[in-house]
Design a protein around this ligand. Sequence first.
Ligand code: THG
Length: 284
Amino acid sequence: METVLRGAAEEVRIGPGLPTVMIGERINPTGRKVFSAELQAGDLSRVPRDAEAQAAAGARVLDVNVGAASVDEVALLPRAVQMVQDVVDLPVCIDSANPEALRAALAVVKGRALVNSVNGERAKLDAVLPVVAEYGAAVIALVMDDNGIPDTPEKRLKVAEAILAAASQHGIAPEDVIFDPLVLAVGADHRAGAVTLETARLIRTELGANMTAGASNASHGMPDRELLNTVFLALLIEAGVNAPICNPLKNGLAVRAVDLMLGLDEWGMGYIQAYRAAQKAATE
Ligand code: THG
């Protein structure tokens, strides 16, 4: 099944057998003190710069998250989305825990966005799915519910099935639900990476659904995070995650290398182009 997203001009297809779609994660104040302070002052000048840099590094969708402490997301999220759309044609992935901010941002979206995110909690399903349906968007679904994050792949699959049923009741098609098998820190639980990978395989084989994942969550608190992020990203893609949320400036070439080795990059053109773009960026 294919998920189709649209920007102002560009259409992006996510599906099995297609090249991996990188969702650029940089427009997010998490762990970025300067960007957080700018957002708190209502300064969005970094947003178009981060958008252009990620597009040049191969991102096909841009995550937009302005959730810093004390920020009015209902006001700021639509402004950030508009600034992204002013400089790139890519679809956006609107990342907020606030349903009103999601609604305000969807109102200014050109094309067809991805909403990040819903999960299996009753209140979340009731708040987010009507908004997704109203705007004809696609949605990321985290495989957790009112009982928390299940500790086994089988229980996470059950949550995914329940979310699909709820989405269907709102008229949202299965191909418009992109699952997130949930990446937790291996520093807290050494089995966390394995559970995520097995969940991704189960969701792929049982539901045939497309998936995203925030690969870098796994490396928190460990040395050489970049190494762990790159390795885990490759494993996630092999397990069926075809639209990872990642930093294309750091992981872009690795993702194209994985696609090449998985037979998803005809003639290696994606890898060769990404290699040239990285060489060019290094000399600028
Ligand atoms: N699943 C879904 N959405 C998500 C996540 C997920 N959205 C947010 C997050 N996880 C993915 N995005 C980020 C953004 C930034 C970082 C990690 C994940 C990050 N930032 C650096 C840090 O904290 O050290 C600082 C950035 C910098 O200065 O370069 O790591 O899992 N559906």
